[in-house]
Design a protein around this ligand. Structure first.
Ligand code: HPA
Length: 275
């Protein structure tokens, strides 16, 4: 596939700053495959990825729009879609939306993704928060070529936003029976585009992974050492069982849509309570 050149980050920040009249959002939320949350925001203004970044996402289930709008009066940015390494994009392109949020000075970055469940206690539709300092495994992403050029050195993340999400989710679960408490665990980010073989699933389990997907890791990495604190939530769209292969992208989109209602409640509560 032809490689697409990334638009300069400064141009994307400038474009969004003009729309928000130079107000910096309190949080940005990146939506993974089929995740539909934070729709119909107050004072919502929507622009396409093409206009902001010069490229549109090519995967079904990713609408490719940036919405700027308010929850309880607080400005947020919702990034509806992402670019993947498996589409043939360079790391620079994959991290374009998240680096734009970092350079804009957005303090909190919520990342979502669709993932396959490896932990035997997980069910389809569960939400899994990546746990603080043990958040992911990424066997194939180490040699990205971009790390030396990163503005912020890749130091450890703080897990303060993850803790905030956990606390908010516990309160929601206590007050609302629709809201099942969050699972927590380790996400393995693989390159894709194929789903794993059963042998790879065994390998990932033995390495300590609780869920597997094809995104999010680069976006967490670019926040390290910056003023943006990331946290990531996986929607468990399928659960790997011994000797059973999983379905395709359709099944993933369906399960993500089902879980979106709870995720929407969670995000509203997190933003309303200060982050
Ligand atoms: N593997 C990798 N990526 C995924 C999966 C999976 O099982 N489910 C949703 N995205």
């Amino acid at each position: 596939m032809e490689k697409v050149a990334a638009r300069p980050i400064e141009a994307a920040v400038d474009f969004l700053g003009k729309i928000s009249k130079q107000e910096i959002p309190v949080a940005a939320i990146v939506l993974g495959s089929g995740v539909k949350v934070l729709e119909g925001l107050e004072d919502e203004k929507t622009v396409s990825y093409q206009e902001v970044f010069g490229i549109a996402p090519g995967v079904i289930g990713h609408s490719g729009a940036v919405s700027l709008g308010r929850v309880n009066g607080r400005l947020i940015a919702v990034l509806r879609g992402r670019f993947h390494l498996y589409e043939g994009h360079a790391w620079e392109v994959v991290t374009l939306p998240s680096r734009t949020m970092v350079e804009w000075g957005v303090p909190h970055l919520y990342l979502t993704n669709a993932a396959g469940g490896l932990n035997a206690n997980f069910n389809v539709g569960d939400l899994m928060l990546l746990t603080g300092f043990r958040d992911h495994l990424h066997p194939k992403y180490q040699d990205s070529g971009l790390l030396p050029a990163l503005k912020h050195p890749p130091t450890a993340c703080t897990n303060s936003l993850s803790e905030h999400i956990l606390q908010v989710s516990r309160k929601l679960a206590a007050a609302n029976s629709v809201f099942r408490p969050l699972q927590t665990g380790v996400y393995a980010g693989l390159l894709g585009p194929n789903y794993e073989t059963l042998s790879e699933i065994d390998m990932l389990k033995s390495l300590g992974a609780d869920a597997v997907g094809m995104s999010t890791v680069p976006e967490i990495e670019v926040c390290k050492g910056s003023g943006t604190t990331p946290a990531a939530i996986s929607v468990i769209t399928n659960v790997w069982k011994p000797e059973e292969l999983v379905g395709g992208h359709e099944e993933v989109l369906h399960a993500a849509k089902q879980a979106s209602e709870r995720l929407d409640l969670l995000f509203h509560a997190c933003i309303e309570s200060g982050k």
